[in-house]
Design a binder for this molecule. Structure first.
Ligand code: GDP
Length: 342
């Protein structure tokens, strides 16, 4: 008869110690704990976070985005292997906002970056987007902190550049890298001006074979476009680089550029300022998230919401009146402590 072994539960101290010792198994379990929707896990997860927090932050956080097929995973594999070859410990967190419908992550198989995933100095963790705070998995930031405490010094967050997600990834990283292709046209690449404006660097990938001339032209065009944007607050001039992820060309240059950025931003204080702003924003995002969550999971609201929606749809009640009525109801329910606070 098959025996079912239940995984032993760790205490917050055991989690924290294991993470700080760089134990991958405990790290993975801690990330699962952080991602858990069980209320009983939330408290433990928060205690673990509190314990490891002093050991986080001394890292470089890099966001990488681009449309599917731009070569993100090929690039990250080459870049990650380069970083480990120069003595860095690299964690890669992949977010796939397009997987919400299937509840799974299409980016999510480790085979996408098999070589890197098997590197002892790297850690690749896919996460389906699931619950999101403006597109980023609501737990990506905490996961990043766990990886930092586990000793990883470069954290790469990969997202598909097709929507909201890159905006929120920008809000949790130090350096934002956009991977583009030559000749595909901005429209086709689904890259909006706003995303280009957020980039600290643009990589034109697949600069190899017959494509080199087109890539050089694209490099000039993007460089011209970047000049037109208002200067960034950190006074960094975003750069455009050519890259062939497959031929591992432009990989070391990308790292040099990121290091230049780090030195520049640390010297003028914008590195820390940016992180402080991000932390503050994160708190507000979490507040908004839970306010909404509590509202829509409130039993009385759930009961009357469909009716109010219908009244608004058919013009019987103005939207603002219905909204205020529902908010008032939630407030009353909150007073009676039926509104759950996490
Ligand atoms: P992602 O969807 O952005 O992660 O893109 P992938 O890394 O999966 O790459 C998409 C396709 O482009 C794959 O077939 C890769 O082999 C190919 N590819 C990626 N980088 C390069 C490159 O530098 N040059 C060429 N010629 N092909 C590349």
């Amino acid at each position: 008869m098959k025996k079912l072994f239940k995984k032993r539960k760790y205490s917050a101290d055991e989690y924290a110690q294991g993470i700080l010792q760089g134990d991958r198994i405990i790290l993975s379990r801690a990330i699962t704990l952080i991602e858990s929707k069980l209320h009983s896990d939330n408290e433990l997860a928060e205690t673990v976070l509190q314990k490891i927090l002093p050991f986080t932050g001394n890292t470089l956080r890099i966001g990488i985005t681009g449309i599917p097929g731009a070569g993100k995973s090929t690039f990250i594999e080459a870049f990650g292997k380069y970083l480990t070859s120069i003595g860095k410990q690299v964690a890669v967190l992949t977010i796939d906002p397009t997987s919400r419908k299937t509840k799974g992550s299409i980016l999510g198989d480790k085979t996408r970056m098999e070589e890197l995933a098997n590197d002892v100095n790297a850690y690749v963790r896919p996460s389906a987007s699931g619950d999101t705070l403006g597109g980023v998995h609501s737990k990506t930031r905490e996961t990043m902190l766990l990886c930092e405490a586990a000793g990883f010094d470069v954290i790469i967050i990969e997202t598909v550049g097709v929507g909201q997600s890159e905006v929120s990834v920008k809000g949790i990283v130090d350096f934002f890298l956009l991977i583009m292709l030559a000749g595909a046209g901005d429209e086709l690449q689904g890259i909006k001006r706003g995303i280009m404006e957020m980039a600290d660097a643009i990589l034109i990938n697949k600069a190899d074979g017959d494509n080199i001339t087109a890539c050089k032209r694209a490099k000039q065009e993007y460089a011209n476009a970047l000049h037109m944007f208002a200067p960034q607050e950190n006074r960094w001039n975003p750069q455009v680089l050519l890259c062939s992820a497959i031929q591992k060309m432009g990989i070391a240059e990308t790292w040099q550029l990121i290091r230049q950025f780090e030195i520049h931003a640390k010297e003028n204080g914008s590195f820390n300022r940016n992180r402080q702003t991000q932390n503050r924003q994160w708190m507000h995002d979490v507040i908004s998230y839970y306010l909404q969550h509590n509202f829509y999971n409130n039993g009385s609201i759930k009961d009357v919401l469909p009716n109010q929606e219908q009244r608004v749809e058919t013009g019987k009640t103005p939207a603002v009146v219905a909204a205020k009525k529902l908010l008032k109801m939630a407030e009353v329910a909150g007073d009676k402590k039926t509104c759950e606070i996490y």
